[in-house]
Design a protein around this ligand. Structure first.
Ligand code: ADP
Length: 492
């Protein structure tokens, strides 16, 4: 059994659903027809033997009565009985033996055993009044014994054997041939076999067609998927014939959608990167060209243009650095350099670094530590998060504004809240600010040195720590960014 399984497993053709369906339909269709044929034949045989036996028994019983009437057991000269026996043996192609009470054969229609004594189990049982029937299917005959019974009359009655008692005087032993039954069965078998072969052929054809039809939706699925693969179409695939094909197709369509979204975002990113990198270079070129186009340019003008050119180059450098930081964050998903960090100290250092910038706009930056926070984080990435958020809170603030950085924790997470009194973010932009190169006011952001990558970097770093970031804002009043990060490293 295990061998058959192993062979089937290695057989490539057996791995085809179409072949399996065909085999199953064919077997389920044809096996019953074989059973039906065998069953009908067997049933016919036993019925035919029963009918033949009961016919012969009836005849024998009639003759047995005659035998008693004509006292045949003592005197076998009765021609009428002889003719009856002859007729019976001719009719059923059989042999009749009449055995008397001493087990001696008084008449044999074959005239072979007359005068002989027969001691067989059946005869002895029959002497006790039991009918016996033996069917020998191999040699093709039925052996039947019938007792020759006499009812004791008034004259014959004695004290031991009262009147009306049935006494067995002898036995009729008959064997009738079943050749005619066998012949009929052979004929029947031949006809049934022809019908069966025709049926098997029909079932073969039906199984072939059904397997082909049933498998068709799967062929359609693979055809549709190949079409998408080869680029003929980008439309979602639809094969609703079976629930199974629908599931496969649904899974494929969502994969397709995901791939499309990835592809779109990649295209958009490349377009944005090219555009952002081109802008400072175009400015540099315009500045340089205008200097070159003039003759006898005064040194102050050179100076002034060179400052602008240096600024543009610095911008280009900033964009490239931010891009590199972003790419690095994408790559190092599993490579966080986790350490046990005091977040309060880290925030203090970062604010110290940023306060000089804030002072230029008279912005007051305050750190509010509600409790001491020791967390398992990547220090460099945590610095990026804090720096970007506080930098933005300063950049997009008003003169004399305020920035409050609040640190708090529960037993599971610590939170960093950066609240400013700046220009705010319009509600419809709140969901987009984390996109790469997204800026609410492009020209304003560029003016103050924004690249549009800061929050994208921040969000990536937060997600790497399995944390979350959210922003709430009232336009013209200020914005609050809240970052929530697990205190201990969450293993994936
Ligand atoms: P940028 O380098 O332009 O600052 P960011 O990704 O850091 O890029 O921010 C994206 C945009 O979100 C900014 O251009 C700005 O319009 C808006 N933004 C970010 N932080 C603030 C804030 N604290 N107040 C108002 N607007 C903000």
């Amino acid at each position: 059994m295990a061998d058959i399984k192993a062979i089937l497993k290695n057989l490539k053709i057996w791995r085809s659903l179409k072949v399996r369906l065909f085999v199953i339909i064919f077997l389920v269709g044809s096996i019953p027809s074989i059973f039906v044929r065998v069953g009908i034949l067997e049933n016919y045989e036993s019925r035919a033997v029963d009918v033949r036996t009961s016919d012969v028994q009836t005849q024998l019983r009639i003759i047995a009565n005659h035998l008693i009437t004509y006292n045949y057991l003592q005197d076998t000269s009765s021609e009428m009985i002889g003719a009856e026996l002859e007729q019976l043996s001719n009719l059923y192609n059989g042999r009749v033996l009449i055995i008397n009470g001493n087990l001696k054969v008084v008449k044999d229609t074959y005239a072979i055993s007359e005068g002989k004594t027969i001691i067989s189990e059946e005869v002895i049982r029959c002497m006790k009044g039991v009918n016996t029937v033996n069917y020998d299917a191999v040699n093709g005959f039925i052996e039947i014994t019938v007792p020759i019974v006499e009812t004791v009359s008034a004259q014959m009655a004695t004290a031991e054997v009262p009147e009306g008692t049935e006494v067995v005087r002898g036995v009729m032993l008959t064997s009738v041939s079943t050749d005619s039954i066998v012949n009929t069965m052979e004929l029947l078998n031949r006809k049934a076999l022809i019908v069966e072969i025709i049926m098997v052929f029909c079932i073969f054809a039906i199984a072939l067609i059904l397997a082909q039809i049933l498998i068709r939706p799967f062929d359609r699925v693979s055809k549709a998927i190949s079409e998408v693969k080869e680029g003929y179409t980008n439309e979602p695939v639809s094969v609703p014939d079976y629930l199974e094909t629908e599931h496969i197709v649904d899974a494929f369509n969502s994969l397709l959608e995901r791939m499309k979204a990835l592809d779109d975002s990649r295209k958009e990113f490349v377009a944005n990167v090219s555009h952002e990198l081109k802008t400072p270079i175009t400015s540099v070129k315009v500045l340089a060209d205008s200097l070159l186009a003039q003759q006898d340019v005064p040194a102050e003008l050179y100076q002034e243009f060179m400052v602008d050119i240096a600024e543009e180059i610095e911008r280009e450098d900033k964009i490239i650095n931010d891009l590199l930081a972003l790419v690095k964050l994408d790559k190092s998903a599993a490579q966080l350099n986790i350490g046990v960090i005091n977040i309060n100290d880290l925030a203090e250092i970062i604010l110290k670094r940023l306060r000089p910038i804030a002072r230029k706009k008279n912005i007051e930056v305050t750190l509010i530590s509600k409790r001491e926070i020791i967390a398992e984080v990547d220090e460099v990435k945590m610095s990026l998060i804090l720096t970007n958020l506080v930098e933005n809170a300063i950049k997009y603030n008003k003169e004399q504004g305020k920035v409050d950085v609040t640190l708090d924790a529960d037993h599971q997470f610590f939170t960093v809240e950066v609240a400013d009194t700046g220009i705010g973010i319009p509600g419809e932009s709140l969901s987009q600010i984390y996109e790469r190169f997204y800026r609410v006011d492009k020209s304003h952001s560029r003016e103050i040195g924004g690249t549009g990558l800061g929050l994208a970097i921040t969000k990536s770093a937060v997600l790497l720590h399995r944390g979350s970031i959210k922003a709430e804002s009232v336009e013209g009043e200020g914005t609050v960014f809240t970052v929530k990060i697990p205190l201990t490293r969450v293993l994936v």
